[in-house]
Write a protein that binds this ligand. Structure first.
Ligand code: MLT
Length: 206
């Protein structure tokens, strides 16, 4: 862990040029998604920061005012901080930014979506698990060449399906290549979707 990068994090070198940027959900930490990362791509490097905001002691990547209502000023700042952290980490650990795939769950998926929309040249591909619209971008960014795989839960009580669908539409209209699936699941992840996410990653152009 390099303290100068601004986020508490774990970095583990891989055996391929790909780096997974692992972004945990509310109440998680930098260790939470390491094994998920290995499951999705056993040979990729793993970069896993801890969300810097505490909500009743639970780490998150940005503040919210209520469930699903985001503090937009804080979101903007934290989005830029995370994008800068990723660039700094690429220099410090000597990995290729063009080979980064963000893998975010819930709050982590929402900050990943926010980075895609606000800092469009930062993350070339993303797996967004239980994501919602972080903000409505105006104007739309140019996301041509960006690939996004989205998984929602049909019975998710925290993230309504329409909200995830709206995110998929925004990303597509911005030019990203988006695949969205909805599973017989709630907010928790299922094995089926992880198998499909892995397949998508396996087939992603290097
Ligand atoms: C968020 O706050 O990012 C979403 O509501 C998901 C979550 O509960 O963390």
């Amino acid at each position: 862990m390099n303290p100068e990068l601004g986020f508490v994090h774990v970095y583990e070198r891989g055996a391929s040029p790909r780096t997974l940027l692992l972004l945990h959900g509310t109440g998680g930490n930098e260790h939470d998604l390491l094994s998920l990362g290995t499951e999705l791509d056993p040979v990729a490097a793993r970069l896993s920061p801890r969300g810097p905001v505490l909500e009743n002691g639970h780490p998150r990547f940005f503040r919210r005012l209520a469930e699903g209502v985001f503090d937009q000023e804080d979101l903007k700042r934290r989005t830029n901080d995370l994008a800068d952290f990723l660039r700094g980490a690429a220099q410090a650990y000597q990995f290729d930014l063009s080979k980064v795939v963000a893998v975010g769950y819930s709050n982590g998926a929402n900050i990943a979506a926010s980075v895609l929309l606000r800092r469009p040249r930062t993350i070339p591909a993303a797996v967004l698990l239980r994501a919602m619209v972080p903000f409505e971008p105006e104007p739309l960014p140019d996301l041509n060449g960006t690939r996004v795989w989205i998984a929602g839960g049909k019975n998710d009580l925290i993230i309504p399906r329409e909200n995830t669908e709206r995110l998929a539409t925004i990303l597509s209209e911005a030019g990203a290549e988006v695949t969205a699936h909805f599973f017989d699941a709630g907010h928790g992840l299922t094995n089926t979707e992880l198998v499909l996410a892995k397949r998508w990653l396996d087939e992603l152009p290097a």
